[in-house]
Ligand binder design. Structure first.
Ligand code: HEC
Length: 202
């Protein structure tokens, strides 16, 4: 018979002391706990995640990199909304499918230029003509496991919402309206324009 220590050496198990064994057991236990959630398609939140707008960071170079997939004229507010998505998500977007983890949609508003009577001027396509400066930015981003901690009547799947000034300072505004107004769009992965665009893109 080989002595146990020799067998362990042959198998390369010398490092496997009691501490490592405990770690393995702890890992197995945590996997067992996660399993039921995983079977529901609900991924666990990433370590350290707490719900809130602080999760969303718009990269400084977003205007150069992100893809503007739509612009919407808003006659009631005399503004133009520019809708952008990060290129990584854009490449992976498929009609009728939920968006990939890491999808970041940025909605940047501009004022429409007005005639002397205060009505929006139109370009040759009949669209509003923007005043260049951005006046407000809203964003929604989803990542695997986000959304944990919101009540069911608020939670928008794995999406978070945030509002920013044009120079990307976070605005401390009440975000409840973002969740409640986007919630009925659950079947469209909680988006409006993005879902529609994915279905009609050329
Ligand atoms: C009253 C309903 C309502 C509220 C409140 C609301 N949204 Fe939206 N949101 C919309 C609609 C409708 C669109 C589609 C663009 C449009 O027509 O203005 C949209 C579009 C967006 C988009 C572009 C992606 C998409 O879903 O089409 C982002 C990002 C967004 N909203 C973020 C926010 C954030 C952040 C807040 C809260 C600060 C917010 N929204 C509050 C209705 C709402």
């Amino acid at each position: 018979m080989w002595p146990a220590r020799a067998i362990a050496r042959i198998l390369g198990l010398r490092a496997l002391g009691p501490k490592a064994a405990t770690t393995c057991l702890a890992l197995a236990a945590s996997l067992a706990v996660l399993a039921p959630g995983a079977s529901l398609g609900q991924a666990p939140a990433p370590p350290g995640y707490t719900p809130g707008p602080h999760n969303i960071t718009i990269p400084a170079d977003w205007q150069a990199r992100f893809i503007r997939y739509a612009t919407v004229d808003k006659p009631d507010r005399k503004i133009i909304r520019n809708l952008y998505v990060n290129p990584e998500a854009f490449a992976a977007m498929r009609a009728g499918e939920v968006f990939p983890s890491g999808t970041l949609v940025v909605m940047a508003d501009q004022r429409a230029r007005l005639d002397p009577a205060g009505n929006p001027l139109l370009d040759t396509s009949g669209r509003f003509i923007p005043d260049p400066p951005l006046i407000a930015i809203a964003a929604q981003e989803k990542r695997t496991g986000w959304g944990e901690g919101y009540a069911p009547d608020k939670r928008n799947g794995e999406w978070e919402y945030a509002a920013f000034t044009p120079d990307l300072q976070r605005r401390e505004v009440n975000l409840n309206g973002c969740f409640t107004c986007h919630l009925p769009r659950a079947a469209q992965d909680y988006t409006f324009s993005t879902w529609e665009y994915a279905a009609t893109r050329r």
